[in-house]
Design a protein around this ligand. Sequence first.
Ligand SMILES: [Zn+2]
Length: 228
Amino acid sequence: MQRKFLAPALILVALLTLLAFLGMRAASSAPAMSLAEEQKEVYLTFDDGPSTVVTSRVLDTLKEENVPATFFIVSDRVEGREEVLKRIAAEGHTLGVHSASHDYARIYASDASLLKDISSCAACISRVTGIVPKVYRFPGGGMGDMAHRRALVKKQGYRIVQWNAVCGDEEIWHASADTLVKETVKTSQGKQPVVLLLHDSASHKATAEALPGIIAYFRENGYLFCKF
Ligand SMILES: [Zn+2]
């Protein structure tokens, strides 16, 4: 190489090295960033079970679709349905405490009655499945001095789980499965993560019917299914 070409050649090499370095940085950082930005999450949460027909049907769908969920149990409904409760645990879903009686007047009468309701439900879940529940959902979403009550429940070691989207199975009277799917889509817009409230007590056959459509919607829209 002639001496007069040496300086421009060195500048060219330096430029190419810089471009290659910047390109590598872009390539290595781009996927991680887009993954973090795009990964949407949904938690399917079922309250007020177990029931024989509806909970079993919900579990069949979750198994077929390989989707995890969280079940907030009403322990006064467990007697005679112990196998349903065991199946929830055996299939890898989370069991949470919802209530023993689901009777708001009794539960929220005092701090002592709230704590008794929780411990009675937790004891039932442990007795039947051997699992010590770690998550809790207030019946009716809670009542009275909630800052005080939340602190009380947290002191017992529970993580409190509420919701930010509904399928409408309690809000819309006699809703069809199709309506429940639409309500799910509507109320989960802009939520990250989505914590969807559904019910698996005996009267909620339409919820079990809607579940495949609800799962399909979240799957088609790139959501990751999570449990608490
Ligand atoms: Zn409830």
